[in-house]
Design a protein around this ligand. Structure first.
Ligand code: ATP
Length: 330
């Protein structure tokens, strides 16, 4: 059976993009495959070097994983920094990664724009560390959102180079979503994707209160409506429909599609409906996560148990890797 691996950075509250791009698939995959799901705390150091809140953030993000339906008995749910083998593989893989290719990565260019005062080498080699996380478990399927597509391509390039030099150890990992196409959940202002650390008023978090959800949805960009039947939708309206498809009943979506095509749509009504459907979707996850987060002893137990499973898999892989690379001299 194929092995599954993915990770989320503990850089803030999780949002609808993390849920629909990643978590929703995790929950389903844990019943069908051996799965490794990681809280990527080392990755967060590249953009969030202040570690004073990291433990609290890890607990909160872990609670949100559990509240979304992940079961620590079914999968390995662990913290990246607990698995020291990651750093070893990261070093080997960095010798198979080309600086020119890393510099061209769109996510690297974005981060340079967002944090010009902290363009550290870790940002540049982010895709290499990510490849190490995946290959450490010899994983094949990687459930991620659309923003990660290019990183997966780089991981495959690294695998091909490794294979060429040292032999076949790793499968070529592929980005995965049950619906086929990878998902990008747009931000409410239509100006990019929802994100943990950027543009927080245009992002719907799993921790948002009912009132805040309503406020954010009602502020989403619209216009005075289509002027001719069956017109193409502007991007920001397309985004509202996309969000509605994620949380509303299919006949609700159809009704507003029909109203749009007939030029009778009232965006105020559509946003009110969307806000209520969002509240119905988010509130139970938020409440569960708040309760789980209080139980820090349980969260610690989950992390220790997850690390044991991940470490066993990592150690087995590293033995094969050292052997393949000819590094086991004695
Ligand atoms: P940050 O703002 O700190 O960079 P992020 O919200 O982009 O965080 P990551 O931790 O980088 O989240 O990504 C975790 C997972 O969530 C990845 O699989 C990523 O593809 C997915 N993801 C993040 N944002 C979205 C989005 N808007 N739509 C779909 N998937 C997303």
């Amino acid at each position: 059976k194929e092995i599954v691996m993915s990770g989320i950075r503990p850089t803030g509250f999780l949002h609808l993009g993390n849920y629909f791009g990643a978590l929703r698939n995790f929950v389903r995959m844990q019943d069908e495959y051996p799965c490794f799901f990681m809280l990527a705390d080392l990755h967060s150091l590249t953009t969030h070097p202040d570690t004073s809140q990291l433990k609290t953030n890890i607990h909160r993000v872990l609670a949100e994983h559990l509240a979304s339906g992940l079961d620590p008995e079914k999968c390995a749910l662990y913290c990246q920094s607990h698995i020291y083998e990651t750093s070893e593989l990261y070093l080997y893989l960095s010798t198979l990664s080309m600086v020119g290719e890393l510099e061209k990565t769109p996510t690297f260019k974005d981060k340079v724009r967002q944090h010009p005062q902290n363009v550290n080498a870790g940002l540049l080699t982010y895709p290499v560390l990510q490849a190490a996380d995946i290959l450490l478990h010899r994983a094949h399927l990687v459930p991620v959102g659309k923003d990660q597509e290019q990183h997966l391509e780089m991981a495959r390039n690294i695998v091909v180079r490794f294979q060429h030099r040292y032999g076949e150890v790793f499968p070529e990992p592929v980005a995965f979503n049950y619906g086929g196409e990878l998902i990008k959940v747009p931000s409410l202002d239509g100006a990019g994707k929802m994100s943990k650390s950027e543009n927080q008023y245009a992002t719907l978090y799993l921790s948002d209160t009912d009132d805040l959800i309503r406020k954010k949805v009602m502020k989403a960009t619209t216009d005075s409506g289509p002027t001719a039947p069956n017109s193409p939708k502007p991007d920001y309206i397309e985004n509202l429909f996309l969000l509605m498809k994620l949380v509303s009943a299919p006949d609700t979506v159809q009704k507003f599609e029909a109203d749009f095509n007939a030029c009778t749509i009232r965006y105020g009504d559509m946003k009110k409906q969307l806000a209520e459907d969002m509240v119905r979707f988010i509130a139970p996850i938020r409440e569960k996560a708040e309760a789980i987060q209080q139980d820090t002893e349980y969260l610690k137990k989950v992390m220790i148990q997850g690390a044991e499973k991940a470490r066993a898999s990592a150690q087995a892989t590293m033995q094969v890797v050292r052997q393949a690379m000819g590094l086991n001299y004695y």
